[in-house]
Design a binder for this molecule. Structure first.
Ligand code: NCD
Length: 308
């Protein structure tokens, strides 16, 4: 029997842990729809949301998840500009230790920051996105959304499109989806989808038509301008023409292919509103709903010792 103190990435998890988390999250999705809560589960426990980077969905859903399970939730927003990385993180760790926090949710612009904090604090650390490294709860909520709609989370062809190079969402999804036996395609310009990014079970395409053929799921990624140093794309207009998902490009995928996007969306850049708001093909709002359920499952699981 293995046990996990922290959730720092999909890396290190195994298919049994992923399946158990998705099953638990599914039960929380049903509980949430029924309007009930389970406030006794984390009663007396403290959850701190420590966000060194902006966030809407992730921070709010961890807050809701913690509250629905009865935890005391504190939000700490830290301005990145005033941070001298190492020192401040360790100072922060000392402060958090003094507060006897039980669950620490961390988002940081540096890859590896949550892992560093995990070595210094007594709390269970949950990575809510670190640099270009990982965003494990996003991959879990994406997997739950896929499983609910396709009835399985294996043997699917999933196309991940756009700014893969800067995306922690893509990295965590690649790890989870290949671990569970799906076929992953990465589609985008060579500057954003370098050929060497492919690992086993992953194929790279620079052409949407070829890459989307036969896809069950089309996952669009935000163009992460804040992480780009040079001019990696000629212009937004050109990017949309070649890689933006509109009805025409979606028609290259399977007729029942579903569209995902982790948000926030750049409408008219990586995705057309007609597709994003299509009630039949888009599952973007369901992803947000599943985000709360997945985060409840992760908090519950870690608070009970993270046993697999
Ligand atoms: C993602 C993130 O922050 O990594 N957003 C999210 O958590 N929903 C993706 C992004 O910022 O584009």
């Amino acid at each position: 029997m293995a046990s996990f103190k922290h959730l720092l990435g999909i890396e290190g998890l195994n298919p049994v842990a992923v399946t158990n988390l998705l099953d638990l999250a599914e039960s929380y999705a049903l509980l949430n729809r029924s309007g009930k809560t389970q406030r006794d589960l984390l009663r007396g426990r403290t959850l701190i949301n420590l966000f060194f980077e902006d966030s809407t969905r992730t921070r709010t859903s961890f807050e809701l998840a913690g509250r629905r399970l009865g935890a005391d939730v504190v939000n700490m927003s830290v301005a990145t500009s005033s941070v001298t990385k190492g020192e401040t993180l360790l100072d922060t760790a000392a402060t958090l230790n003094a507060m006897n926090c039980d669950l620490l949710v961390v988002r940081h612009n540096r890859s590896g920051a949550p892992a560093l904090l995990a070595q210094k604090v007594g709390a269970s650390v949950i990575n809510a996105g670190d640099g270009t490294h990982e965003h494990p709860t996003q991959a879990l909520l994406d997997a739950l959304t896929m499983r609910r709609n396709k009835g399985r989370i294996s043997g699917l062809t999933v196309a991940i499109c756009g700014d893969v190079a800067h995306s922690r969402v893509a990295r965590s999804n690649i790890l989870l989806l290949t671990m569970m036996g799906n076929f992953v395609r990465l589609i985008g310009p060579p500057t954003l989808v370098p050929g060497n990014i492919a690992t086993s079970g992953v194929e790279v395409f620079h052409d949407m038509k070829k890459g989307l053929e036969g896809a069950d799921i089309v996952m669009m990624l935000r163009l992460q301008k804040e992480r780009m140093t040079g001019g990696l794309i000629p212009s937004m207009r050109e990017f949309f023409a070649y890689y933006g998902l509109d009805r025409k490009k979606l028609s290259y995928a399977k007729p029942d292919a579903l569209v995902l996007h982790p948000g926030p969306m750049n409408r008219g850049v990586e995705i057309d509103s007609a597709v994003a708001d299509d009630a039949v093909r888009s599952r973007i709002t369901e992803q947000v709903e599943m985000g709360v359920a997945v985060r409840m499952a992760v908090l519950d699981w870690l608070a009970r010792g993270g046993v697999v």
